[in-house]
Design a protein around this ligand. Structure first.
Ligand SMILES: [Fe+2]
Length: 556
């Protein structure tokens, strides 16, 4: 028989789930529409071979609430495998997060929640497989900005049955005010950021996460697929390093307090396991193992090891010719010991890559924040760029193109927040891979709001693998308002300039669908036609095949 906890018993285990005996007939059988009690839907993620995190949030405000949860192998919940109760309250913003354990590997499960008679939407999830795995389907997503538009790409991911799991590479939320990045579009679309000011406090970050999880596409995607997620910069503030952020000013309080608030809200609102020690929330990296087929190792490159970004605003005015640019590149950008990853992160990477190679898994995927391929700004000395600069009243885009024109003239990296601003750290990353016998990295990257198909080489021209970069779910490229022709020409020149860039596109929003099996990998660059209404079409604009031949990756 099922034991129902008294309210007092349940409240004793706040933040912990209580497992109850299961019988299929005892489960609540009827699924319902989105209940006002569950306005943010349900989500699952951070799976391993025997467990997965299931998540929801109770929308009604109460002092404390006991939530019933259910896991079954069928959507009708006739085959219940786990159930329990979870007590939540204000201290965790009424979020509910349970690690459902003792599950079978590689199995699809269904889950739901019940509170005060209201039933949540039904979620579908999956554990990681063991043994021989034929096929893996991943959606690679990044950069979902609420004011810039609807998360239609999430909706497309939800509807794609070939996808086993969603890998979100960060910028899951953005920190800006209604007057910041995306603000104008948000006003036009009625998608203004909440709260209206730049988020700084725990309450602010919670409110922002709550708003993003009301998007229709977000609710659909999270209910349909488990999430593997890492943060990038905007989950806290633009361009952070281990001691601050470009978008954190002295009058915004203590950086570490802000960072702690952002990470607390992140752990509350995302379906990920809590760290053993809550003081170490910033140390967030994982190795997901897909049987004999693939490893996916995720990086933390923002808060734990990164040195401050070099600023072109500070340095570029002092560079007058190519010689000075070369000196700046050598002395400042290429300076040794500029870190991207912490020592602890690097040690984890080393151990796990070795384990992946020695276990004989076919693929090694790296879940990475910013683009890693070497990228030097192209020469923009063409009328299409100078005409825009001379005639446009769009000061932001003009400034961006002016700076890019300067960088192209001096052959400097186009983005110092990416790995091209940390070449010494990139070589150390590659050395770890080489030491592990993993010269076959399949790096998936976010952050840039462009699609990338790249090849990777170390400083000695040794092949290190390939990189697939995904564009924004809704976030546009910084020079978007210069128009499609200028962006297209920029991509052409950028590809021609850089050996490591095979193809790039900054004109579209969407995601990458990555299918992997033992004979090869196939990536479709999936775009959505529109993010300004809920009506959209999805189509493939580019596809690539990758083969892994004796530990070396090539496009076929
Ligand atoms: Fe972004």
């Amino acid at each position: 028989m099922t034991k129902k906890l008294t309210r007092r018993e349940a409240l004793k285990v706040v933040s912990k789930s209580v497992i109850l005996p299961v019988s299929g007939t005892q489960l609540l059988a009827k699924p319902s529409k989105l209940s006002p009690q569950f306005m943010h839907g349900v989500a699952s993620g951070d799976p391993d071979q025997s467990s997965v995190v299931i998540w929801t949030r109770v929308s009604t405000v109460d002092e404390s609430i006991i939530v019933n949860w259910f896991v079954a192998t069928d959507a009708a919940f006739t085959q219940g495998v786990k159930r329990g109760q979870f007590a939540t309250d204000k201290s965790r913003d009424y979020t509910v997060k349970i690690v459902a354990t003792d599950l079978e590997p590689g199995v699809t499960y269904f889950y739901k929640f019940e509170v005060k008679g209201a039933i949540s939407p039904i979620g579908q999830t999956k554990t990681l497989p063991t043994g021989h795995v034929e096929q893996l389907g991943l959606a690679i997503a990044t950069c979902s900005n609420y004011p810039f538009g609807y998360f239609n790409a999430y909706d497309a991911i939800a509807k794609d049955p070939t996808i086993d799991m969603v890998v979100h590479l960060g910028d899951y939320i953005y920190e800006y005010s209604t007057d910041g990045y995306g603000g104008e579009t948000g006003k036009r679309l009625g998608r203004n950021h909440l709260p209206s000011h730049e988020i700084l406090s725990l309450d602010d970050y919670r409110m922002r996460h709550a708003q993003y999880k009301t998007d229709k596409g977000s609710i659909a995607m999270h209910a349909r697929h488990p999430l593997i997620v890492i943060w990038d910069d905007h989950e806290t503030a633009n361009n952070p390093w281990k001691e601050g952020a470009l978008n954190h000013q002295a009058n915004e309080g203590d950086w570490y307090a802000r960072r702690a608030a952002s990470l607390q809200a992140y752990y509350e609102w995302l379906p990920i396991r809590d760290p053993a020690n809550s003081k170490d929330r910033s140390k967030y990296w994982r190795h997901y193992k897909f049987g004999d087929l693939a490893s996916l190792i995720t990086l933390e490159s923002r808060h734990t090891g990164r040195n401050k970004q070099i600023s072109y605003d500070e340095h570029l005015p002092t560079i007058k010719n190519k010689e000075q640019a070369k000196q700046f590149l050598h002395d400042v950008i290429e300076a040794p010991n500029r870190n991207m990853l912490s020592e602890e992160m690097q040690a984890f990477l080393k151990t796990e890559l070795k384990e992946s190679v020695s276990s004989g898994r076919k693929w090694r995927i790296i879940g990475n924040q910013s683009v890693i391929a070497k990228s030097i700004a192209p020469n923009l000395d063409e009328p299409v760029f100078s005409d825009f600069i001379n005639t446009s009243s769009d000061d932001y885009t003009k400034k961006s193109l002016e700076q890019r024109t300067q960088l192209g003239k001096f052959e400097l990296p186009s983005d110092l927040d990416s790995w091209s601003g940390y070449p010494d750290a990139r070589e150390r990353f590659y050395q770890i891979a080489k030491d592990a016998g993993a010269n076959d990295l399949l790096v998936v990257s976010g952050d840039s709001h462009s699609y990338w198909q790249n090849v990777l080489f170390d400083a000695n021209e040794q092949s290190m693998g390939v990189e697939l970069g995904s564009t924004g779910i809704s976030s546009p490229r910084s020079i978007m308002s210069a128009g499609a022709d200028i962006m297209k020409r920029y991509d052409e020149l950028n590809t021609a300039k850089n050996k490591e860039i095979v193809w790039s596109d900054g004109r579209h929003r969407g995601f990458i669908r990555l299918q992997i099996n033992h004979s090869g990998a196939h990536a479709d660059y999936m775009t959505v036609s529109n993010v300004e209404t809920l009506k959209y079409n999805s189509k493939i604009i580019h596809s690539v095949n990758i083969v892994n031949t004796e530990g070396s990756l090539t496009y076929k």
